[in-house]
Design a protein around this ligand. Structure first.
Ligand code: PHE
Length: 454
C-alpha cells in the first residue's frame, strides 16, 4: 500500500477492517479456545476483554495510524525519532510473522476440506446402509489427514504460493472486494447452521456449556487465553490496524468504527459457538486432544452430513472460510512485506519473496506438528501450539502494553486530536479512553500476562 489512497466510502472502510478481523480466528480458533478453557467462563472473560481492553487498544492503533499516515514501525519513529520506541513497532512485525506461519497451516486444512467437499470425498462412505452417519467417522478422517505428512504440507505450500501470487500480482484489491461481498454471506450461513445445530438432540447441553458460566473455572491461564484470543481476533497488536488507519479519511469517526468492528467480530465468534457446541455435545465430541485444535473441522462435517444438500453447504462454507483466511493471510503478510520494503529498501517483488520463502521451512514445522513431528515438544507443546501460544498469548499482549503506554503517556495529544477529529471540543469519551490506556489496560494486561506465565 504505497500510494496514499483513502478508503472511498464509510462502508468500504468498516468492511475492510472487519474483513481483516473476521477470519480463522473467529471460526477455528475461538471454539477451540472455548473448548479448552471451560466453556462459558471463558466466554464471559473474552467479552470483557473485547469491551474493556480491545476497543481502547483498537482506538490507540487507529489514532496512531491515522495521524502518522504510515506503517507500525514508521509511526513510532515519526512520533519518537531516535529513541528505542521503534522496537515497539518491530515486535508486532515479528509476532505477525510467527502467526502467519501457523495461520497458513490452518488455511491449508481449509483448502483440503474445500477440495474434499467439492469432490465429495469427505462424505463418501460415511453413512451406513440406512443413511445414518457412522460414529466418529469425521474425527477419524481429520485425524488421518492431520497426522499424515504429505497432505498438510502440500496444502500449506499451496497457500504460501497463493499468497505469493496475490501479493506479487497485486490482485489484492480484487480479493478484498470479493470478501466484502462474501463476508455478509458468511453471517447468513452461520445463522442457518445455528438453527440446524440447535435442533440437534442434546443441543441444550451444548448451549449450557457455552452460555452458563461456572466462575470457579476462571484461572489466570483462562484469562490470558481469553485476552490473547480477543487481541488475535480483533487483529490487534500486529500493526495491521495502524497500517489500515493510515488510509482512513480524516472525518471518519474512530470511536464508532472501533465499536462496530469489535461488535461484529464478537458476533461472528459467538454465532460460531452456537453452531459448534450443541453439535459437540450431541455427537459426543471434544474429548480427544486433537479435537481441541481441529475441533471445527471434526464437528462441522457432522452437522452438514445431517442437512439436506450436504455437499452444497459444505462447499459453500469451506469456500467462504478459505476466502476469509486468504484475506487475513494477505493482510498479515503485508505487515512484514511493507516492513522489509521500507526498512531494507527492497523492491516489492524482492520483499514478497524475502517474507514468504522462509515460510516453506517455518510453516512446515507447524504443518507436521501433529504427524511426523509430534514428538518435537517445546515447553510441553507441539511446535504449532508453541508458536500460537508464544505469539498470541505473550507477544501480542506485550506489544499492546507498549502501544498503550506510548499513546497514553508519551503522545496523549494524538488520541485527543484523533478521537475528536481535531474539533475544538473534546470527544466525550476521550477522558475515559485515555484513562484506560494510561492505567487500566497496561496494568491489567501486565497482571494477566505475568500471572499466566507463573
Ligand atoms: N483477526 C484475524 C482472524 O481472526 C487474524 C488476523 C490477525 C488478520 C492480524 C489480520 C491481522 O482470523
Amino acid at each position: 500500500m504505497a500510494q496514499k489512497a483513502k478508503f472511498a466510502s464509510k462502508i468500504g472502510l468498516v468492511a475492510a477492517t472487519v474483513g481483516s478481523a473476521i477470519g480463522l480466528g473467529n471460526v477455528w480458533r475461538f471454539p477451540a479456545e472455548v473448548q479448552a478453557n471451560g466453556g462459558a467462563a471463558f466466554l464471559v472473560v473474552y467479552v470483557l476483554c473485547v469491551l474493556l481492553l480491545g476497543i481502547p487498544v483498537m482506538l490507540a492503533e487507529f489514532s496512531l495510524g491515522r495521524s502518522a499516515g504510515t506503517d507500525a514501525v514508521g509511526a513510532y519513529r515519526k512520533f519518537s525519532p531516535r529513541s528505542p520506541w521503534w522496537l515497539a513497532g518491530a515486535l508486532p512485525v515479528l509476532a505477525s510473522y510467527l502467526i502467519l506461519s501457523f495461520y497458513m497451516v490452518v488455511a491449508g486444512w481449509t483448502l483440503e476440506y474445500f477440495v474434499q467437499s467439492l469432490s465429495g470425498a469427505l462424505y463418501a462412505g460415511t453413512a451406513d446402509a440406512s443413511g445414518a452417519v457412522l460414529d466418529g467417522v469425521f474425527r477419524d478422517r481429520m485425524r488421518e489427514y492431520i497426522c499424515g505428512s504429505s497432505g498438510p504440507l502440500l496444502n500449506t505450500y499451496a497457500l504460501i504460493l497463493l499468497n505469493l501470487g496475490v501479493l506479487l500480482f497485486g490482485v489484492r484489491k480484487g480479493i478484498e472486494r470479493l470478501s466484502n461481498v462474501l463476508m455478509p454471506l458468511l453471517f447468513v450461513l452461520l445463522l442457518v447452521f445455528c438453527g440446524v445445530s440447535m435442533s440437534l438432540p442434546g443441543a441444550a447441553d451444548g448451549l449450557r456449556f457455552f452460555f452458563a458460566p461456572d466462575f470457579s473455572k476462571i484461572t489466570p491461564a483462562v484469562v490470558i487465553s481469553a485476552l490473547g484470543q480477543a487481541f488475535f481476533s480483533l487483529s490487534l497488536g500486529m500493526g495491521i490496524l495502524i497500517t489500515y488507519a493510515a488510509y482512513y479519511p480524516k472525518k471518519t469517526r474512530l470511536m464508532r468504527t472501533a465499536v462496530t468492528v469489535s461488535l461484529l467480530d464478537m458476533m461472528a465468534a459467538i454465532l460460531m459457538g452456537v453452531v459448534i457446541f450443541p453439535a459437540v455435545t450431541s455427537f459426543g465430541l471434544g474429548d480427544a486432544e486433537l479435537e481441541g485444535t481441529a475441533l471445527v473441522f471434526v464437528t462441522l462435517p457432522e452437522v452438514f452430513a445431517r442437512m439436506p444438500c450436504t455437499q452444497l453447504w459444505s462447499v459453500l462454507f469451506f469456500l467462504l472460510l478459505l476466502v476469509a483466511a486468504l484475506t487475513s493471510t494477505v493482510s498479515i503478510a503485508e505487515v512484514s512485506v511493507s516492513f522489509v520494503q521500507n526498512r531494507f529498501r527492497r523492491s516489492r517483488r524482492a520483499a514478497c519473496l524475502i517474507v514468504l520463502l522462509p515460510l516453506f521451512a517455518l510453516s512446515a514445522l507447524s504443518a507436521l506438528s501433529f504427524g511426523s513431528l509430534s514428538g518435537l515438544k517445546l515447553c510441553g507443546l507441539v511446535f504449532f501450539d508453541f508458536l500460537d501460544t508464544l505469539a498470541t498469548n505473550i507477544m501480542l499482549p506485550v506489544a499492546s502494553i507498549l502501544l498503550c503506554l506510548f499513546i497514553g503517556w508519551r503522545r496523549p495529544g494524538v488520541l485527543r486530536g484523533e478521537l475528536s477529529n481535531y474539533a475544538e471540543a473534546d470527544h466525550r469519551l476521550q477522558r475515559p479512553v485515555a484513562f484506560v490506556l494510561r492505567w487500566i489496560a497496561p496494568a491489567l494486561i501486565l497482571i494477566v500476562l505475568v500471572s499466566g506465565l507463573l
